[in-house]
Design a protein around this ligand. Structure first.
Ligand code: HEM
Length: 622
């Protein structure tokens, strides 16, 4: 597995006396104390002990070999940011650092790359320096999370981030200049308390201001130290967003919707925390970082991820796979899939957007490397069996993606009952969901070209794997409203999946937000205190009835109802075709997941996501 560390620091071996050059105090400088050791000083004040790994490429490479790190992307320590200084001073400091970083990388045998720094107090100058650095070979930029009172949602900062996207520059946001320091004089609390809060503040500002709605989705931005306290308090943020109009800000969707717009690094030092982070952000959004070679960094870079109980695939993503996306790195032709080749000069090359190709964009090589038959020698039909299941899972992923957006649109419709845009958008996306599900129903015929005898030839290799363990299928059920906590038991062996499903259990379902929207519109009365579930069901069904009876007025909502009905219908068709397939291939045998097989599955045919939509039909004909 390749390991790419995107968060580690560099301090040049020699650094000018800016205090003397500019006549202003408290510049950072390096005081060499003994061979291989130095202190970073800020003016007369001691700041941090460092050692030769900070500036010596040989030492870095040796320690990278020791830790199994293939590539480091170095960046400045935030004391060098100088955002509070006059532009010309900060620019000279940034340029000196940026050139020194490239010089270090040139001695790194292709295994050191860099992020530049910019004078962020002046957006024009910051954009110019970024462009210069990208041309010179930096992969992106590290920025502090604020400039004095300006957070990342400040219009100038957003302009800069836009420029980063245009330049294809990866952005690492590092907390600095921590708030409330007068209340944290001891115990390094600015680092342990202030830094996580700073990062959370930046993320919340970017989300709620609607900046992510305006910034291009091509922006690649990562937040240091696991995104600070953001993911741990996301539930609180969501709750406020849903319940207090004033907490909503200007963003189009609930905060969780934006999780796929940024990355976080893995600098959290604790396995349960890492697991939680992966569960919240997904394994695609966490990148190896270390804070190396500073005293608060990970001692042996990558150990937390390697020794965690994450799946092998998730580990590979966190260690290096995601960083390749984040940095737009491509393996050189001779280095493909070969760890050693990475260590050769030029083994890794930066591929900015103009170098994107069909196969690198779609990751065709990775995709085609994901089929691993268990039978030995591989049975001819096992490849088909794997590919059919994988395509189902891909479509499940798209369904979840679209249904989440339907939920968000209906929530926004609740908040603004007069507006039709969200209702239209929900119906449009639901139509896509029905078309995908239609394909899923049809797709079983391909698997039916496999003879039962051929399946039996490799079936015993599959136990105890079973469709019961399809996390995404269960997520779809939970998301639509069929929440059965008992089904979590099948996901105990995969903690990530278990936690995601628990989250789905807690979150409002499509069923819930749909009726909440009808309530906000005044079509559905608020539940009577003490009403039974049957009475509430009838009230909901009559609300649907009233929509259909007033077609002129509720055209858009009727479209949503029709799409939901069709989706419900198609999912039942999927269940039926699956049962037919099961009977055709294994008759009435038990399943590999331990159920009674087809006879068990037949009970699921009565499951409906939106039974009120069906009941309304009966009421219409009364
Ligand atoms: C040879 C083909 C297949 C056979 C023999 C088969 C068999 C079964 C059986 C017997 C079950 C019941 C649980 C158990 O005891 O294991 C089941 C459940 C399931 N299967 Fe399949 N299956 C096949 C293909 C597929 C395909 C292509 C998918 C596509 C994703 C799929 C998805 C599922 C799902 C999601 C469940 C859980 C259903 C529920 O809980 O309602 N199966 N399968």
């Amino acid at each position: 597995m390749q390991a790419i560390d995107i968060h580690n620091h560099f301090f040049p071996r020699s650094w000018p006396d800016f205090a003397q050059r500019f006549g202003t105090p408290n510049w950072p400088w390096i005081k060499h104390t003994e061979a291989g050791k130095a202190d970073i000083m800020v003016g007369d004040r001691f700041f941090r002990h460092i050692y030769s790994a900070c500036w010596d490429p040989e030492v870095r490479l040796q320690e990278m070999d020791r830790d199994g790190v293939d590539l480091q992307v170095i960046s400045a320590t935030p004391v060098l940011f100088a955002y509070e200084r006059p532009l010309q001073h900060a620019l000279q400091s940034a340029q000196l650092f940026n050139d020194a970083a490239l010089e270090l990388c040139s001695q790194g045998k292709g295994r050191l790359k860099s992020l530049c720094q910019v004078p962020l107090q002046d957006i024009d100058a910051a954009c110019k320096e970024l462009s210069r650095c990208m041309r010179a070979g930096h992969l992106g930029v590290q920025i502090g999370n604020h400039v004095a009172e300006k957070n990342l949602d400040d219009p100038g900062m957003v302009t800069f981030l836009h420029h980063c996207a245009d330049e294809g520059a990866a952005v690492l946001v590092h907390p600095w200049d921590m708030m409330g320091q007068q209340r944290m004089p001891n115990y390094m609390m600015p680092w342990t308390v202030g830094m996580p809060a700073e990062t959370q503040l930046s993320l919340v500002a970017l989300i709620l201001s609607g900046a992510f709605d305006r910034l291009p989705s091509t922006l690649r931005i990562c937040f240091a130290h696991g995104g600070g306290s953001f993911s741990f308090l996301l539930g609180r943020l969501e709750n406020a967003w849903h319940h207090h109009r004033v907490a909503r800000g200007a963003c189009q969707f609930p905060p969780r919707h934006y999780l796929n717009r940024f990355y976080v690094d893995s600098v959290v030092f604790d396995e349960p925390t890492l697991q939680f982070l992966v569960c919240t952000m997904s394994a695609e959004r966490v990148l190896l970082g270390s804070d190396y070679p500073f005293p608060l960094g990970e001692e042996h870079v990558g150990t937390l991820i390697r020794e965690s109980h994450l799946s092998g695939r998730a580990k590979a993503q966190l260690l290096g796979g995601n960083a390749k996306q984040f940095l737009r790195l491509e393996l050189g032709a001779d280095a493909r899939g070969d760890n050693d080749a990475l260590t050769q000069e030029g083994g890794l090359s930066a591929g900015h957007s103009e170098r994107l190709s069909y196969s690198s964009y779609l990751e065709v090589a990775e995709l085609l490397d994901l089929q691993h038959p268990q039978s030995s020698p591989p049975h001819h039909d096992e490849l088909l069996f794997i590919i059919v299941h994988q395509t189902y899972e891909l479509w499940f992923k798209e369904l979840l993606h679209d249904l989440d957006a339907v939920v968000a649109n209906l929530q926004r419709a609740s908040a603004n009952p007069e507006s039709r845009d969200e209702v239209y958008e929900a119906a449009r996306l639901l139509r896509r969901c029905t078309e995908i599900t239609r394909v899923l129903v049809e797709q079983f015929t391909i698997l039916e070209t496999m003879l039962p005898t051929h399946f039996l030839a490799f079936r015993d290799k599959l136990e105890p794997a079973s469709g019961f363990q399809s996390e995404q299928f269960r997520e779809l059920e939970f998301l639509c409203g069929l929440k059965d906590a008992k089904m979590l038991a099948y996901h105990k062996p995969t903690p990530e999946a278990h936690r995601r499903l628990e989250r789905r259990l807690r979150e409002p379902s499509l069923h819930h937000v749909f009726f909440e929207a009808l309530q906000a519109m005044g079509t559905l009365p608020a539940p009577e205190p003490g009403a039974s579930e049957e009475q509430e069901f009838e009230t909901r069904s009559r609300a649907i009835l009233s929509l259909y009876k007033n077609e002129q007025h509720y055209r858009y909502w009727i479209d949503v109802c029709e799409r939901l009905t069709e989706f419900d219908e198609l999912v039942v068709s999927w269940r039926l075709r699956h049962i037919q397939l099961v009977e055709r291939i294994i008759g009435i045998r038990m399943g590999t997941g331990g159920s009674a097989g087809a006879s068990y599955l037949k009970h699921t045919l009565d499951k409906k996501f939106f039974p009120e939509l069906w009941e309304a039909r009966t009421l219409l004909t009364e």
